[in-house]
Ligand binder design. Structure first.
Ligand code: CA
Length: 234
């Protein structure tokens, strides 16, 4: 299966053409002819893999639909291609400001639209494989922005502390020796001793506060990041 595409378009002829061509390419489709209908259809299970969104709709504008989809956690990540009739610079800027991922200018070729959908889906799959936001109990980490939060309170980490935290979180439940951490976080040639690892882990734990006990010390071995945030300390 190639994916489910939601088409939000009030021109029935165009909607039918898009539906026909997408299905011929192996996509599943869902149609909505109004802005509100589009928002509703975007929230239905299964969630669409991408949305083709017309700018001019009878009730809500495409930009408003886009804004609402981006505000909702459920639909935030769905790639959106905006279709605009005017193709002016202003429409483009507005489209990107409200979070559209791409756009096509009417009249567009169906071929071009399909190529762009394919590109968006490829990009989205890549992000799926390695999500930017990682959550663990009270902890939330944005690996792209290098930011971390405990209970929605941002904690200020150095670049090194961030790498250390991320190394822990990406190997939950597994023992990590000081040597392994040294080569992963500091780099193999780094001129630091295993004692440095302990110092930084200690500081990281302090900064994490109540979430600091997710990092456990295994005496004589190294460290282990909990497999489950609610686990009892061992
Ligand atoms: Ca329209």
């Amino acid at each position: 299966m190639q994916g489910l595409i939601l088409i939000v378009e009030d021109e029935t002829d165009l909607a039918a053409t898009l539906e026909y061509n997408l299905q011929r390419e192996g996509y599943l489709t869902r149609l909505a002819a109004t802005g509100q209908g589009g928002v509703d259809a975007a929230n239905q299970d299964p969630l669409p893999d991408a949305i083709v969104l017309d700018l001019m709709l009878p009730d809500l504008s495409g930009t408003e639909v886009c804004r609402r989809l981006r505000e909702s956690e459920r639909t935030r990540e769905i790639p959106i291609i905006m279709c605009t009739a005017k193709g002016s610079e202003i429409d483009r800027v507005v489209g990107f400001e409200v979070g559209a991922d791409d756009y096509v200018v009417k009249p567009f070729s169906v071929r071009e639209l399909i190529l762009r959908i394919r590109a968006l889906l490829r990009r989205a799959q890549k992000t799926d494989a390695e999500p930017e936001i990682v959550r663990f109990g009270r902890l939330r980490v944005d690996r792209e922005a290098h930011r971390a939060w405990v209970d929605d309170k941002e904690i200020s980490l150095t670049a090194l502390e961030f790498r250390l935290l991320y190394a822990f979180m990406s190997r939950k439940g597994r023992v990590q020796t000081r040597d392994a951490l040294l080569s992963d976080v500091w780099g193999i040639d780094a001129e630091v001793t295993t004692r440095t690892v302990d110092t930084h882990v200690k500081r990281l734990r302090e900064k994490l506060g109540d979430a600091g006990n997710y990092v456990e010390t295994l005496r004589g071995v190294g460290y282990r990041f909990r497999d489950n945030p609610d686990e009892e300390a061992g």
